[in-house]
Write a protein that binds this ligand. Structure first.
Ligand SMILES: NC(=O)c1ccc[n+]([C@@H]2O[C@H](COP(=O)([O-])OP(=O)(O)OC[C@H]3O[C@@H](n4cnc5c(N)ncnc54)[C@H](O)[C@@H]3O)[C@@H](O)[C@H]2O)c1
Length: 245
């Protein structure tokens, strides 16, 4: 079903995992998609595979100049941006006592400041269209604390709050803003950065007794970007196999 014929979608962290799955589903639904990431080679290859309605642009979400360049190039290539998926994120699991200031700062910069920057730089393009949907990817860690994840927890709670603030401020321009909260999902993030013991525990704690697939989160993201979600804004959408129930 082609739901997104006129939509121009920008996705951060789209070279792999949840961002890559989202890009694929948006393309299948007829959108024009700008995949962005710091992983240029991987992102370029994926965009090529997705066809002529997909392009890759290198973007470090912590850099305003990168964002400005992406917005400029996207408008030139496809027109004004109607959907923004702030998905890029990092996680560092470490005991609080040995936590390093620079790790806390990096997590804040990517997971929280990057989401702020994305909304700040893309908003004028949506305002011009008088229409838009922003989906900010938080986590179940935006709802409850976890030992060893203070920086991540802080950033993901913040994304939830920032999404609500933006939803209220952007509503007069017909721009909806929602946050998505994945539970334990099989992606390179969890494969590469999370201990085996933590993974087993996460699956045990999940009532559906499995980790989710990236596509299961991507489907929620695409739904929130679509007109099917036209009356939803400032809200949280949980995709966690029942973990927070
Ligand atoms: N996988 C999970 O279990 C899970 C659970 C809850 C929330 N999330 C959230 O979902 C989002 C996507 O996670 P994923 O599991 O697909 O992770 P992933 O590591 O597979 O993908 C994240 C992408 O973000 C990119 N990225 C990192 N720093 C960046 C930067 N400074 N600028 C631009 N891109 C950058 C990476 O290169 C990578 O391609 C993240 O925000 C993550 O916190 C994931």
């Amino acid at each position: 079903m082609k739901k997104f014929n006129e939509e121009v979608v920008v996705i951060t962290g789209a070279a792999q995992g949840i961002g890559a799955s989202s890009a694929k589903l948006f393309i299948e639904a007829g959108a024009s998609v700008v995949l962005t990431d710091i992983l240029a080679e991987k992102g370029e290859a994926l965009a090529k595979k997705l066809g002529q309605n997909a392009v890759f642009m290198k973007l470090d979400v912590t850099k305003r100049s990168d964002w400005e360049n992406v917005v400029q190039q996207t408008i030139k290539t496809f027109g004004n941006i109607s959907v923004l998926v702030n998905n890029a994120g990092i996680v560092m699991q470490q005991p609080f006592e040995t936590a390093k200031d620079e790790d806390f700062h990096k997590t804040y910069m990517v997971n929280q400041f990057g989401v702020y920057l994305g909304m700040h730089v893309v908003y004028p393009s949506m305002k011009q269209l008088k229409k838009g949907a922003i989906i900010n990817v938080s986590s179940t860690s935006g709802f409850r604390g976890k030992a060893g994840l203070m920086a991540y927890n802080g950033s993901k709670f913040a994304v939830r709050g920032m999404s609500k603030s933006a939803a209220l401020e952007f509503a007069p321009d017909n721009i909806r803003v929602n946050s998505v909260h994945p539970g334990f999902i099989h992606t390179p993030m969890t494969d590469d950065n999370i201990s085996e013991a933590y993974k087993q525990k996460a699956i045990e704690d999940t009532p559906l007794k499995r980790g989710g697939d990236a596509e299961e989160v991507a489907k929620m993201i695409v739904f929130l970007a679509s007109d099917d979600a036209s009356f939803s804004t400032g809200s949280e959408f949980i995709v966690d196999g029942g973990r927070l129930a």
